[in-house]
Design a protein around this ligand. Sequence first.
Ligand SMILES: CSC[C@@H](O)[C@@H](O)C(=O)COP(=O)(O)O
Length: 356
Amino acid sequence: MNIDGTATRSIWVEADGRSVGIFDQRLLPWALERMVLRSVEDAAVAIADMATRGAPLIGAVAAYGLAFGLYEDASDAALDAVHARLLRTRPTAVNLRWALDRIGDAVRPLAPSDRAAAAFAEAGRICDEDVAMNRAIGAAGLPIIRALAERKGGKPVNILTHCNAGWLATVDWGTATAPLYMAHDAGIPLHIWVDETRPRNQGALTTFELAQHGVPHSYIVDNAGGLLMQQGLVDMVIVGTDRVAANGDVCNKIGTYLKALAAKEHGVPFYVALPSSTYDPATPDGASVPIEQRSADEVRFVSGTDEAGRLAAIRLTGSPAYNPAFDITPATLVTGYVTDYGLLTDAADLRRSMAT
Ligand SMILES: CSC[C@@H](O)[C@@H](O)C(=O)COP(=O)(O)O
């Protein structure tokens, strides 16, 4: 997508052909700073500290991280150790394990001298495929929005989204945002309600993306969605996901479940957008997904910039805090899964289409 009119991805290969660049998402949307990852530790720390984030993107970064490790030592033992190091960075998004396993499976049969370059090339393919999957998700979601627009007779379709499932969370396009961008580009009038998504405020990343693309939107506090649905101001909800279990339960950013409950109560369709790399048939249900617990300081402080553009963190409380980063939305609350295989309706449909 675009930043100030220049097309970019969220991750790219640097000129040396052996390192990759990313945006430091801890500073967005206030400051646009790039950082270069060259080593396993660079990749691992960027993922754990959320300099890079979003399920598909952390998979891509981890894939390059494994390649960096193989440039240093391409033995079987090193491959296993680096795989384990990167897998430990964040527990919830299955894309991380999916990407590491894919690189491991691709290079293990090779001679050690060939492994690093092969891993680097495979990581590039993961990135390209992510872009293609997100385009397909966009194409699958577009008719849903078009149908709502026809029903609204030219009035804007109001769509609520949570967290950032945009191009910054993927390699390009985003999952939940791909249909939004395609609908906007097709001339369908839209207005997006963007949940702020405390405590890390990924919604601010979504506002940055939508503003760059010219999509009308409003930033709302996490608790506003229920009222907006009650007042008929939300036509559909669409979110991304970090893992969809075999039974169709959806793990996504904390707060997603409450939106799904409110949507059910008010008859608002609730869609989950996912690429096949986020479907995990090995996890039977939502209760089996490991929920990441992050630092209590993410809750105790808010970060932003002051009027002069200086970064500042403000303490809200000194009390103990609890910070589960994700929650589970039961499959029963999901209207449909917008995927690279099209619009799928239930767990059986997911299994048939996505399980390899
Ligand atoms: C396409 S991204 C879907 C999810 O990864 C996204 O909504 C989300 O929960 C991101 O969480 P984050 O903790 O910022 O990595």
